[in-house]
Design a protein around this ligand. Structure first.
Ligand code: BDR
Ligand code: CA
Length: 323
């Protein structure tokens, strides 16, 4: 199995991602680190520990990380993820405490100790990852790839052009993109498309197995003010969200990526936090970018096999072979 570390802000869809990571036989989940985003970092730690217990993986090390972005003021997305940051499902408090070390220390330790290069999967603002890359740049020698949920080549969600995780800490995202590590951007262009039909969500919710039932309840969560638009999923469908980035690690063939230059807009104003993806023809060819300031080539996900990832997700959390 691929050694994987998830850095998350659990988070309804981060919880879906953790359930998948724990149950996929091709993933060896070595640690989970927590960062402020969907809710405050202590809430994220609590939610993460609870989800791992419910998923049957109470021994995966969990560490508390950054409580605020590098430069931006702290802010929360409770309006999307509920008061507890995870859909207010009334889940029990976790039985254990997080590791006695901070997230950056745990990340460094687990990455360098792994017998095979690690795939790092941030599904949250990139504060912990940026601090890691700046404080311990030697970790890059044992990182296979960073597959992050964040950014968008098209429309944003936090602002018209910026996706939440990048918008929350744009400087951190810029540090990730210029770190010289292979990066896959699982952005909104694919993130919003991977949706589980309502009938499947209802089936999961009726399961007698706690982890499967939790996946169903999370998929059924609806933000308090959904503000539905044409093209939004039907009322009872459930988006996989961050869990899609884990599907991309387990089954990269389901994703279509293009190697393109991506730069984070850092200037104050309406474009702050936008991932500017250069989609001009021949954009990936270096001579077009000679003299351009720090800018990196990223494998940007532009298309996804929705049916394939939905079937993979359901089979994995239910512990059966894909249909
Ligand atoms: C991202 O923001 C968070 O609310 C979700 O968990 C996801 O990681 C989507 O923009
Ligand atoms: Ca998240």
């Amino acid at each position: 199995p691929v050694p994987v570390i998830v850095d998350c802000d659990t988070g309804v869809d981060d919880a879906l991602a953790l359930l998948f990571a724990v149950r996929h036989p091709g993933i060896d989940l070595r640690a989970v680190t927590c960062v402020a985003g969907n809710t405050d970092v202590d809430g994220v730690v609590r939610n993460t520990l609870t989800v791992l217990e419910q998923a049957g993986a109470p021994d995966v090390p969990v560490a508390r990380g950054a409580e605020r972005p590098l430069i931006e003021a702290p802010r929360s997305a409770r309006h999307v993820h509920g008061h507890d940051g995870m859909g207010d499902l009334g889940l029990p408090a976790p039985r254990r405490a997080p590791a006695g070390v901070d997230a950056v220390t745990l990340l460094r330790r687990e990455i360098l100790a792994s017998p095979r290069p690690v795939t790092l999967v941030p599904t949250a603002p990139l504060t912990n990852v940026a601090l890691l890359l700046r404080t311990h740049p030697e970790v890059t020698r044992n990182i296979e790839r960073i597959v992050f949920m964040g950014g968008a080549a098209g429309a944003g969600n936090a602002t018209p052009v910026a996706e939440f995780n990048v918008w929350h800490d744009p400087e951190a995202a810029a540090i990730l993109l210029t770190a010289g590590v292979p990066v896959t951007m699982y952005g909104l262009d694919v993130f919003t498309r991977v949706v589980v039909p309502g009938a499947e969500v209802r089936r999961l919710r009726a399961s007698a197995e706690p982890g499967t039932r939790l996946a169903g309840d999370l998929l059924a969560h609806r933000p308090a003010h959904p503000g539905s638009r044409p093209g939004d999923p039907a009322e009872d469908d459930g988006g996989l969200g961050d869990a899609g980035a884990l599907c991309a690690v387990a089954d990269p063939e389901g994703l279509t990526t293009h190697r393109l230059p991506v730069e984070v807009s850092l200037a104050p104003g309406p474009a702050r936090g936008q991932t500017v993806v250069d989609r001009r023809p021949r954009a990936g060819e270096s001579e077009l970018h000679e003299g351009v300031r720090e800018q990196s080539l990223v494998d940007v996900a532009l298309d996804v096999d929705v049916a394939r990832y939905v079937s993979l997700y359901l089979a994995t959390v239910e512990r059966r072979p894909p249909a």
